[in-house]
Design a protein around this ligand. Structure first.
Ligand SMILES: NC(=O)c1ccc[n+]([C@@H]2O[C@H](COP(=O)([O-])OP(=O)(O)OC[C@H]3O[C@@H](n4cnc5c(N)ncnc54)[C@H](OP(=O)(O)O)[C@@H]3O)[C@@H](O)[C@H]2O)c1
Length: 323
């Protein structure tokens, strides 16, 4: 396991962040405990959860299984549902109670909300930091301009800035390549990326045109069959590419995310210890530039700006700013 800087915080975290969204959902508490133990044995010290997972039950499970392990972990949780100041202050207390912790390391706004009030939000986040309930604050699913807007407010007021943006990213969902990743590089924002396997679509468990296994997330989430229909041809190429290299598709998909400039840590979510044991191999896979590019083009899913063709200068424009 490699260790990487968390944006400009001065902190170092493992390059794998363990996602816990399935704790209490597709894996029970005993299996969640085994998953955490396996991740930590592999050197993982970065754990992501949220107020909303299983209506709080995931945080409660974590609260119990973090016992004796907390000091070795950088713990992230999120405030869901609203960005109002009063709710941010209440939600952190609820999360800390369920997690049985005095503080989390990083506290994220889960989603931007229509008509949100960034000044009120940033002030409340700063209060959370001042109260010692979170060491750092950040956001999730924010466009680059909104993060910059919020951090301009923080800088003006002398408040804690957003240090991290948690966003979806995988071989098929590529929107962050346009603005979010170049911003992250230019401003040293940490980027944690969720859904590296497109909910399992990139984990080799589904074949185009085949029946979706009952015991899978695809059986209950309509996005999975829609993705399979749209990207089935690419999936055949992708699974073959993995097989030719002796890799599990999940390892290849996560390794590709890991190799993208600007990504701090992929968030690896699993439903079992067995899946984790396999996915951990992604952190030993080294892709050549040629392999990275072949994979990037495999699904014809790169972001295309619609008006007047594609604008290459908008994508991956890391060279625009020199730090
Ligand atoms: N900020 C946000 O808005 C947000 C949103 C979503 C998630 N997240 C975070 O990101 C984490 C990861 O998200 P995700 O679970 O959607 O990620 P994902 O990597 O796209 O999907 C994980 C799923 O893929 C399957 N899988 C994983 N490893 C496998 C393996 N080795 N072999 C076969 N199948 C495998 C499992 O599905 P089956 O159960 O079907 O086997 C597993 O539940 C979450 O735990 C959460 O912490 C954040």
């Amino acid at each position: 396991m490699q260790y990487v800087p968390l944006g400009n915080t001065g902190e170092t975290v493992s390059q794998m962040c363990l996602g816990t969204m399935m704790f209490g959902d597709r894996c029970d508490e005993a299996e969640s405990d085994r998953i955490l133990a396996t991740a930590m044995d592999a050197g993982v010290n970065f754990v992501d959860t949220a107020w909303s997972y299983m209506e709080g039950r995931t945080e409660e499970i974590l609260g119990r299984i973090l016992k004796g392990r907390r000091d070795k972990l950088f713990v992230v949780t999120k405030v869901t549902k609203s960005t109002d100041g009063a709710w941010i202050r209440q939600s952190i207390d609820e999360s800390l109670a369920r997690l049985q912790l005095d503080y989390v390391d990083l506290y994220l706004i889960h989603w931007p909300r229509p008509h949100m009030r960034p000044v009120e939000m940033m002030e409340a986040l700063n209060d959370v930091v001042k109260a010692g309930k979170a060491r750092y604050v950040g956001c999730s699913n924010f466009p680059a301009w909104l993060l910059a807007h919020c951090n301009a407010i923080a800088q003006r007021e002398g408040w804690a800035p957003l240090v991290c943006n948690q966003v979806p990213y995988n071989l098929i969902e590529r929107g962050i390549e346009v603005e979010v990743l170049p911003q992250a590089v230019a401003e040293k924002i940490a980027i944690t990326t969720y859904r590296p396997l497109l909910m399992g679509v990139l984990a080799g468990k589904y074949g185009a045109g085949e029946t979706i296994p009952e015991d899978s997330r695809g059986a209950t989430d309509p996005r999975v069959p829609a993705w399979l229909e749209k990207f089935g041809a690419g999936l055949v190429r992708f699974n073959q590419f993995a097989a030719e290299r002796g890799l599990h598709p999940a390892q290849l998909a996560i390794a590709w995310v890991r190799h993208t400039p600007g990504v701090t840590a992929p968030i690896v979510g699993v439903s079992s210890q067995r899946q984790l044991q396999s996915s951990l191999g992604a952190f030993d896979v080294e892709l050549t530039e040629e392999e990275y590019k072949q994979l990037a083009d495999m699904f014809d899913a790169a972001v295309k700006e619609e008006s007047g063709g594609s604008y290459p200068s908008l994508r991956r424009s890391f060279e625009l700013v020199t730090n």
